[in-house]
Every structure is written in structure tokens, then in C-alpha cells.
Design a protein around this ligand. Structure first.
Ligand SMILES: [Zn+2]
Length: 391
């Protein structure tokens, strides 16, 4: 029997103390969860045990990037009719701070309006935590790992990671708002096997950030552009989710132990901000369901018609900064393939309307795919005009 539970978790309050919450949905098959609980209870210390897989999906931590919330709606509709081999935690509109900060007609969604902090840069990952965990492993535990039984280590390491998050929030001196939001959300995600952080670009085509070691499996999302990033930490949720396991593997390899388990985590960019399309959300959710099915997390999904996929290394994902101020017309649209030297935008300068310099052409410095462009027509020198996945 499939169960859909809904919790309203309070993260923010207005100055009158009124609570501002986020809806958290949990979907699971009661039979599968009960069966798992019995297996775990009956497992002796020496026998290897499998854990019930967990999938965590959140959207709109950059509050104006809302297409992912429509996708979570579509996912919930469909998961109810599929066979679930995992527990699903789904959090649409996960940022109750950004969600309430408007600037004129727009949500000030990407940065905390007070501090300028990026809402997606304060997740917790501390390599020293991992070193400490490994240092405390007993000879017996290491021997077990050498005998190819890593199930206990996985469970222990997940508890350890959860604990290190809790202690971060408990500090006497508190944390900043973005850190509070990020670490609280991370508590839902920390023991997940798959983490999807749903975003959008400013004015953008669909693309997905995948760590290099998952770039092949990322193709199952059926998204045309994959940006393959090195396994490093810069504060985002996907990185904070896979890095502890990447580093654990590295440290254990030094002890002659191979860890086969890995956490999969991706940032999925679903079009443009300040916009939802429920029809497109159906297609977006199909890509996610396709990935889930290929990874045995669900069964019963019919599949997708595969699109042609281009994978670009992060070092070839280039930003074109404007060298001119003025009003810009974007000629190349997100998703367009462009050639080196092609005019992709023109900047209009009202001081030069009576001269031949009124319009300045912006040319593509290299051939590639336009992934996104700046959302506004008003630009200054240094504005990030385009991001291009260079061939
Ligand atoms: Zn974003």
C-alpha cells in the first residue's frame, strides 16, 4: 500500500511570531518499509544487511526557480501509481526566507536580500569530520570491509554525518540564515542514496550538473546538456551530498579497502526562473522517473524517447561577460547551437543614436551551445551575458 504523508515544517517566522513553514512530502510503500524493518531487526551483527533506499528531492532553494516545484507535483501524481523500491522525500518551495523576499515585481530568489549570501552555498561538508570517522574505525571493522561487507559501515557513516549536522546547528553562537536553511534541509538529505536539487537558470535551456564519476548515468535523466563537474566542494547541496562518500572512499583506499557504495547527487536546471509550465513539468518528471527506473528505485514506468545528449566538462562551460553597457537584444536563444564569430546579441546605446555606433554586435567567442543568458535587457560592463557550453 502506498502512503503519502505531508508535514509542515516550520523554518521561518515573521516578526509577529507567525510561523512560515515548508511542506515536506514522504511517499513510500508500507509493505516494503515493514519488510525492511523486519529484515533489519533480524539481521545479526555478522550478517550483511541491505538498507531501504532513500531518494531526496527539493526545489526552489533559489526561491524564484519554481519549475522544480511543478515537477515535484507531477512526480507525486505519478509515483502513486508506480512500484516504489525506495522511500521518497520531496520538498517543493524549500526556502521560506527567499520565498518572502520580493524586489519590485520579482522574487529576490538567488541571494539573501539582507546579506547577499547565495542560498545554495552554505551546505555543510568538513573533510576533517571524515578523517575523524576513519581514524576511529576498529581493526575488526576494517577486516570486515576487506571481506567485502560494507553494509555496517554505510549505516554507521550515515549516522555519523547526521550527527555532525546536528552538532553544527547546536553551536552556542548560532549560524547565518543561509547556513541555518541549508543545514536544516541537509538533515532531510543526509542519509539519502539519491539527492536531486531542482533549480532553473535565469533564462535558460534544461541542463544538469553531474559529478564526473556519474556523468554516464546522468544520461538517464534524458536532459540534452550535461555539465560534468569535478568532485569538489563549493557549498552546494549536490556536492555536500556526494563529497563525504568520495573522500571516505579515498581514505579507505589508502587502507587497502574498496568502498563500492556511492551517493548520487545532481543539480538539475529546469528552464528559466519566475516561470512554471505544468505541461513541460510532465516531460521533466518523465526524465527523472526514467533515471529512477534505470537505477531500480521504481518499477512500472513506461520510459522516454531518448534525446541527443551533449556532455561538457565544467572547464569548457564559459561565461561571456558584457564589454558594453546598454540595452541588449539576445539574438541567440537558450539551447541554440552557435558558431564562432556568429552575432549572438546586440547592444543598443542611446548616446550614439545619431552615429554609426548606436548598435554594437556581440559575437560568440567559440562554437557551442547557448545554455543560458542574463534575464534582463539592461546590462552593464561585466554583466554575465551568456553561458555557453563550448564544443
Ligand atoms: Zn539555482
Amino acid at each position: 500500500m502506498l502512503v503519502v504523508e505531508k508535514d509542515l515544517v516550520t523554518l521561518n517566522q515573521d516578526i509577529a511570531g507567525q510561523e512560515i513553514g515548508i511542506p515536506v512530502y514522504r511517499i513510500f510503500d508500507k509493505k516494503v518499509v515493514e519488510k525492511q524493518a523486519i529484515e533489519t531487526k533480524n539481521a545479526t551483527k555478522s550478517s550483511s544487511q541491505t538498507h531501504l533506499k532513500k531518494v531526496y528531492i527539493q526545489s526552489a532553494v533559489h526561491a524564484a526557480e519554481m519549475q522544480g516545484s511543478a515537477v515535484i507535483f507531477r512526480l507525486i501524481e505519478q509515483l502513486k501509481h508506480l512500484t516504489l523500491n525506495a522511500e521518497f522525500i520531496l520538498v517543493p518551495n524549500c526556502n521560506p526566507f527567499g520565498r518572502t523576499q520580493r524586489a519590485g515585481e520579482y522574487l529576490q530568489g538567488r541571494y539573501d536580500a539582507t546579506t547577499g549570501n547565495n542560498w545554495n552555498r552554505f551546505y555543510h561538508y568538513n573533510p576533517q569530520d571524515i578523517e575523524q570517522f576513519v581514524a576511529l574505525l576498529t581493526a575488526e571493522q576494517i577486516q570486515k570491509l576487506k571481506n567485502d561487507d560494507e553494509s555496517e559501515l554505510i549505516t554507521d557513516f550515515k549516522s555519523f554525518l547526521k550527527q555532525s549536522l546536528t552538532s553544527k546547528l547546536d553551536k552556542d553562537w548560532g549560524v547565518n540564515t543561509a547556513q541555518f536553511l541549508n543545514t536544516t534541509l541537509q538533515e532531510f538529505a543526509v542519509d539519502a542514496d539519491l539527492v536531486l536539487d531542482l533549480h532553473t537558470g535565469p533564462s535558460s535551456t534544461r541542463h544538469i550538473y553531474s559529478p564526473e564519476f556519474l556523468a554516464t548515468s546522468a544520461q538517464d535523466f534524458n536532459i540534452e546538456n550535461i555539465l560534468s563537474i569535478p568532485a569538489q566542494f563549493a557549498g552546494a547541496l549536490d556536492e555536500a551530498s556526494f563529497m563525504p562518500w568520495v573522500y571516505l572512499s579515498e581514505l579507505m583506499a589508502k587502507q587497502g579497502v574498496t568502498i563500492n557504495y556511492e551517493v548520487s547527487a545532481f543539480t538539475v536546471e529546469l528552464g528559466s526562473q519566475e516561470n512554471i509550465c505544468l505541461t513541460q513539468a510532465q516531460e521533466d518528471s518523465a526524465g527523472i522517473l526514467n533515471y529512477l527506473q534505470k537505477n531500480n528505485l521504481i518499477d512500472g514506468f513506461t520510459g522516454v524517447a531518448p534525446v541527443e545528449i551533449t556532455t561538457t566538462l565544467l572547464k569548457n562551460y564559459k561565461t561571456l561577460f558584457s564589454r558594453h553597457a546598454g540595452m541588449v537584444e539576445y539574438l541567440a536563444k537558450p539551447g541554440d547551437k552557435v558558431n564562432k564569430g556568429q552575432v549572438i546579441a546586440r547592444v543598443l546605446n542611446s548616446l550614439e543614436f545619431d552615429t554609426k555606433h548606436a548598435i554594437v554586435d556581440v559575437k560568440a567567442p567559440s562554437s557551442g551551445t547557448i545554455i543560458l543568458h542574463y534575464p534582463s535587457a539592461a546590462v552593464q560592463v561585466g554583466t554575465q551575458l551568456f553561458k555557453i557550453a563550448v564544443n
